[in-house]
Design a protein around this ligand. Sequence first.
Ligand code: NCW
Ligand code: CA
Length: 448
Amino acid sequence: MTPPIQFPSDFLWGCATSAYQIEGSPLADGAGPSIWHRFSHTPGRVQDGDTADVTCDHYRRWESDVDLIQSLGMNSYRFSIAWGRVLPEGVGRINAAGLDFYERLVDRLLARGIQPMVTLFHWDLPAALDDRGGWLNRDIAQWFAEYADIVFRRLDDRVKYWTTLNEPWVVVDGGYMHGVLAPGHRNLFEAPRAAHHLMLAHGAAVQAYRASGRNKIGLVVNIEPKYPASQSEADLAATRRAEAYMNRQYLEPALLGSYPKELMDIYGEAWPHWPDADLKIIRQPIDYVGVNYYTRAVVRADPNAWPLGASTVKQKQHTHMETGWEVFPQGLTDTLLWIKDNYGNPPVYITENGACFFDPPQVEGPLLEDPLRIDYLRKHITAVYNAMQRGADIRGYFAWSLFDNFEWAFGFSKRFGLVHMNYETLQRTLKASAHFYAKVIASRGAAL
Ligand code: NCW
Ligand code: CA
């Protein structure tokens, strides 16, 4: 008999959300519009024409939502601040009502014994800054650091965990390379510039934090481990390119101070050669790495796949989520051990992990059964534990997401929640997975 699973008593257990996806009321109380507000209001950009004008109405229901989080026994909650609520034009004039909203949220979380983990940028760039070039304008590093500094000075006496950026890879690949996410550009020459300026912004915000902050700050990256479809030289090289592009492009400058050399093969003449001084700004010591993990990819060489020359081979023997993502728990253990072995075993939080499966729009009765999501959570939390048993320094786990919400370009068609959202009535209904997760937390993993 293997001994029962027991996570450490100080492990953080929570769930994650982001501002634009759950808040609604995007222009309330003096907030400036974000690029996601504009994008979702542009016909053809989001499935079914959905916008987050209302979404979960968390901006007005935040008090009972915090109570809901507490009722599930979580000791932490990861959310993001909408930059444009704090600074409607992105820089300059502060909108007091915006900062007040997040201060009240933080205070209620703390009063309920829930540690906030606060993300400064989860994709909702102020539209006024996009009008000045957005992530393509190098000045954005300073704009971001100024915004961050305002928030740090207001809340660092209460917030113990800060994140600069959520998933810079998705911002660049979706927003500047393929155009499926805001701001919707499709440009090989813009992508590496946007990526570099995101990382400069990260570095500048960490520098600002060291001047005024006293707690912990880190970077959240999405990691999707890459496995070669065969041992052929072509497939192995394609796998290395895919890994460099998605998994190392952001981690390596932040932690090691350099870009993976494969990026030059991928971008070719579109790759700018960045000065060493920039890499020094980007490589600031950080207190933890946040990992968002959902799936893996089996990779083969594919000359028609722009721009990587690599594509994913679907693994038909495994379950796939509604997003098309393969369920592969071992990939999470592999990812955590890969970080431990390649980046000096930094403290890591699993800042997002979760499952998108079909749930009906309306719920009959008090509970919704979602066995596939329970199975996903069970296997992935066990995978985290397995990596810890092998020496990875894992400090916490956040399920994506508290409730079904605005899933970016998919609109409301994709549901990741532990709590079901009825978008007509805004009624919140627990799914069985929420009860399951609460039992896992209460037993420190023994109920897995
Ligand atoms: S990458 C991604 N997600 C989900 C999202 O809700 C969260 O905010 C992110 O951190 C879960 O984890 C990340 N969603 C991908 C959306 C891409 C849509 C592309 C549609 C093309 C038609
Ligand atoms: Ca709809």
